[in-house]
Design a binder for this molecule. Structure first.
Ligand SMILES: Nc1ncnc2c1ncn2[C@@H]1O[C@H](COP(=O)(O)OP(=O)(O)OP(=O)(O)O)[C@@H](O)[C@H]1O
Ligand code: SF4
Ligand SMILES: [Mg+2]
Length: 353
C-alpha cells in the first residue's frame, strides 16, 4: 500500500469501505416511462470482506454495481466510499482517494484496449494509482509483479489482448485493477464469460486477493454456487430490490426469503446464464410496471393475500441478516450460527415462520 495514497484519511474514521444506502436508480427511455432498475437498495462492504450479489438477469445487479463505483447516479439515496459521498465524474476528474475503488467487468476483451500491449495498460493504471508516471525500470518491475500476482508470466507484458484466452485476459484486467492499489473492487460478473475451469480459477484468485490484501470486494454473479464458496456475505436482489442479505453460510443453510430458497433450489439444475428457477411460475415482471405489494408476489409459492397489497418491510432475522418478506421472523438468539441451523434441504420448501 502506498503511503502517498494514505495521505487522504477517511472522512468518517471507522466507516465501512463501501456503503450503498437506500439508492434508487432509473433509466430514462425515449417515448416510454423510465425503468426503475434499483429501488431502495442498501449494502456495505468492509475491509477484507467478499460480498456476493446475486439474482436473476435484469434484477439490477450491474446497475447497483455501477452506482457503487460512481458510473451511474442514483436518483435517491447515497453511495459512500471511506465515508465520503461518491459522485459521478469523468474518469480524469475522479479524485485520488476514489481511485482505490476499482471495477472489474464481465467481458475482459471489451475492457482492455486491443491496440495497446497489456504491460502498457497495466503500467498506465499503476501510474494513475501512484499519482505519477513510474520510470522505465520501476514500471516494468511493477507490471511484472502484478502479472505474477495474477498467475501470469511477466514475459507476457509485450503481448496484445487478442493473444490471450478469456481467462488470461480476465487475469490481465484484474492485474490492471490491482495496479491502481485498490482497497475495494466491484467485480461485475467477472467469471461468466469464461469456461468452467477458468471460472473457478478466477473466482479463487479474487477471493485470495481479498483475503491476503484485506481489500473489500463486491462480487456480482448470478451463480449462487460460486458466491457460496467465496463470499463472506450474500446479498440477494429481486426486481430492483434487495430481498435478503446476511452471512453466506446461514443464508445458504436457512434461507429466510422464498426467492432465496428458489434460487438455492435451482442451483444444481440451473447452470450458468441466469436461468429461471424451474419451480417458479411466471416471468420477471415488466420493469416499468412493478407489481403492487411485494414485487415477488406473482411468482411466490408462499404468497398470502396481504402480499398483494403490502410492501414488506425488512425484518432482522439475526444481527446482520435481513429478509424483506411478510413471513420473515427473527430467529431465536440461540440459533443464529451457521452450524446451529438445519441444512438447506430441510428448509428448502417451507419458511421458518
Ligand atoms: N442503459 C440502460 N437503459 C435502459 N434500461 C437499462 C439500462 N441498463 C439496464 N437497464 C434495465 O435495468 C434493469 C436492470 O438491469 P441490470 O443490467 O442492472 O441487471 P442485471 O441484474 O445486471 O442483469 P444481468 O444478470 O443480465 O447482467 C433491466 O430491466 C435492464 O433492462
Ligand atoms: S411477502 Fe409474501 S409474496 Fe413476498 S416473498 Fe414474502 S410470502 Fe412471498
Ligand atoms: Mg449485469
Amino acid at each position: 500500500m502506498s503511503g502517498d495514497r494514505r495521505a487522504v484519511p477517511p472522512a468518517v474514521p471507522g466507516a465501512p469501505l463501501l456503503e450503498v444506502e437506500a439508492i434508487d436508480v432509473s433509466y430514462a427511455r425515449h417515448g416510454h416511462s423510465p425503468v426503475r432498475a434499483v429501488t431502495g437498495a442498501s449494502l456495505t462492504v468492509g475491509p477484507g470482506e467478499v460480498v456476493g450479489l446475486v439474482g436473476e438477469s435484469g434484477c439490477g445487479k450491474s446497475t447497483l454495481g455501477r452506482a457503487a463505483v460512481g458510473l451511474v447516479a442514483p436518483s435517491a439515496g447515497q453511495v459512500r466510499y471511506r465515508g465520503r459521498p461518491v459522485e459521478v465524474l469523468a474518469r480524469g476528474a475522479r479524485p485520488r482517494w476514489l481511485r482505490s475503488l476499482q471495477m472489474v467487468f464481465q467481458d475482459p476483451y471489451a475492457s482492455l484496449n486491443p491496440r495497446r500491449r497489456v504491460g502498457r495498460q497495466i503500467a498506465d493504471a499503476a501510474a494513475l494509482g501512484a499519482g505519477a508516471a513510474l520510470d522505465g525500470k520501476a514500471s516494468s518491475d511493477r507490471v511484472g509483479e502484478l502479472l505474477d500476482r495474477v498467475g501470469l508470466s511477466p514475459g507476457v507484458a509485450q503481448r496484445y489482448p487478442h493473444e490471450f484466452s478469456g481467462g488470461q485476459c480476465q487475469r490481465i484486467a484484474i492485474a490492471r485493477a490491482l495496479a491502481a492499489q485498490p482497497d475495494c473492487i466491484v467485480a461485475d460478473e467477472p467469471i461468466s464469460a469464461l469456461d468452467a475451469s477458468a471460472q473457478a480459477q478466477i473466482a479463487n484468485l479474487l477471493a485470495g486477493i481479498a483475503a491476503q490484501s484485506g481489500l473489500g470486494m463486491l462480487f456480482i454473479s448470478h451463480d449462487l454456487s460460486v458466491v457460496r464458496k467465496i463470499a463472506d456475505r450474500t446479498v440477494v436482489m429481486y426486481f430492483g430490490r434487495v430481498v435478503e442479505s446476511g452471512p453466506t453460510a446461514p443464508v445458504w443453510a436457512r434461507p429466510a426469503h422464498p426467492y432465496t430458497r428458489a434460487l438455492i433450489n435451482a442451483v444444481p439444475r440451473a447452470g450458468a446464464g441466469g436461468t429461471l428457477p424451474a419451480e417458479l411460475p411466471g416471468d420477471v415482471p415488466d420493469p416499468a410496471r412493478p407489481p403492487a405489494g411485494c414485487r415477488f408476489h406473482p411468482r411466490c409459492p408462499e404468497v398470502m393475500d396481504s402480499c398483494r397489497t403490502t410492501d414488506p418491510p425488512g425484518v432482522d432475522i439475526a444481527p446482520g441478516w435481513q429478509s424483506v418478506c411478510l413471513r420473515a421472523q427473527p430467529l431465536p438468539a440461540t440459533t443464529t450460527g451457521a452450524g446451529e441451523v438445519p441444512g438447506a434441504a430441510e428448509v428448502a420448501g417451507r419458511p421458518e415462520a
